[in-house]
Design a protein around this ligand. Structure first.
Ligand SMILES: [Zn+2]
Length: 198
């Protein structure tokens, strides 16, 4: 066999071996879905947690709130999403186990998907969301806030994607995409039914 063909075969085999040792044996879709919902609930819990700390009992009772506590409460959601996304990048980077690395990667994608899903309304100026409220209170463009979040999200996604070998990447991407799409589909139906401000 010519040397070039042998080298090609050896490279392919090496890529397949790396991919098979990197990818968990079975798709842990239930784990990925649970992590997705924890990610969504974490964002809402940050709003509720900071609200419980900074709003007075009168503000909680009447719903008429001062600007600075409202700013803290609204900022808590996006800040928690950004923290969760960047911490998950560090988790994926330090993880040696394939399932944990996948779990951390899926958390990065879950946080990034929240930013993506509010993008259309924020850029068109029709959404009533965190970016719009923060922009109104601070007098800055909600679109600029969203673009900054999207920039960080894209950087995190690219960084995490490059942690996986080219052979493993399509499988990992497929599992995470399924969990994010199913996760959002269930959340957008069940959230309003349960009274959650998703
Ligand atoms: Zn929020």
């Amino acid at each position: 066999m010519p040397n070039e063909q042998r080298v090609g075969l050896e490279t392919n085999t090496a890529t397949q071996n790396t991919a098979s040792s990197e990818v968990p044996a079975a798709p842990p879709l239930l784990l990925l879905l649970v992590l997705f919902w924890l990610s969504i609930l974490g964002h809402e819990a940050a709003h509720f947690g900071v609200g419980a700390l900074v709003y007075s009992s009168d503000e909680l009772r009447t719903g008429i709130v001062r600007s600075w506590p409202q700013l803290l409460v609204v900022c808590a959601g996006p800040v928690s999403t950004m923290l969760h996304m960047t911490m998950s990048v560090l988790g994926a980077r330090s993880s040696q186990n394939a399932t944990w690395k996948l779990a951390w990667s899926s958390l990065v994608a879950s946080a990034a998907s929240r930013i993506a899903i509010v993008g259309y309304g924020t850029l068109r100026g029709t959404a009533i969301n965190d970016e719009q409220t923060i922009g109104r209170i601070l007098g800055i463009s909600p679109r600029a806030i969203w673009c900054l979040e999207a920039l960080v999200a894209v950087a995190c996604i690219v960084y995490v994607a490059r942690m996986w070998s080219p052979g493993a990447r399509p499988q990992i991407l497929q599992w995470i995409a399924v969990s994010v799409v199913v996760g959002w589909a269930v959340t957008l139906v069940a959230g309003p039914l349960l009274g959650l401000p998703i």
